[in-house]
Design a protein around this ligand. Sequence first.
Ligand SMILES: *Cc1c(COP(=O)(O)O)cnc(C)c1O
Length: 239
Amino acid sequence: MTDRRDEIATNLAKVEERIAAACAAAGRRRDEVTLIVVTKTYPADDVRRLASLGVRHVAENRDQDAAPKAAACSDLSLSWHFVGQLQTNKVRSVVGYADVVQSVDRARLVTALSREAERAGREVGCLLQVALDAGEGGRGERGGVAPGGVGELAARVADAPGLRLDGLMTVAPLTGEYAGRQQAAFERLMDVSAGLRRDHPAATMVSAGMSADLEQAVAAGATHVRVGTAVLGVRPVLR
Ligand SMILES: *Cc1c(COP(=O)(O)O)cnc(C)c1O
């Protein structure tokens, strides 16, 4: 138990150092970037250890795992982010614990999130997941809306009761013109964000960067990085 806490503490310190160095290199203040620890596949005990070490934001990508974990940790003051592809039949459950859904990528999902948020009497923060590997108007390999579809989807979220439009999220593409070019991908996301903020000035969140590419995300201007492996270790292979 304590060994695991020490291991996480050491990893967290290393990640903190990387973020601080990336901020310094980019001429940004450290408090412009928020660390979200991705706890998927790791147990609720690890979430407790993270909270005791000062982590305030955690993320999950599968409702089946996230729902019981969030319930087991409901006494902790944590913000829960949902970052996985979301089916409408899971929305009611996700709205029960998620403060922010980062993977909003289609109108049907907006409708379902709004209905369940209203029903639960909650306000749910929404990030539009942008697919930089999608054709215009299409969807990405791992979900996400093409940059050309952001304006219309943003308007829907902004008009939806129970939802708050917070900004954008992306995962660096493995295919297409941005494959292997994380920094260029994140800079493109910042352009899309600038366009979004013209119509929705409060939608300032830009969630980009994971264990392998958080430096590039901070350099491009990300406000949130989502780090799993570098804090908790290499995950067991998913079923
Ligand atoms: C798993 C995951 C991460 C974290 O990835 P690591 O490489 O483990 O840091 C970030 N974002 C999303 C959407 C994820 O699914």
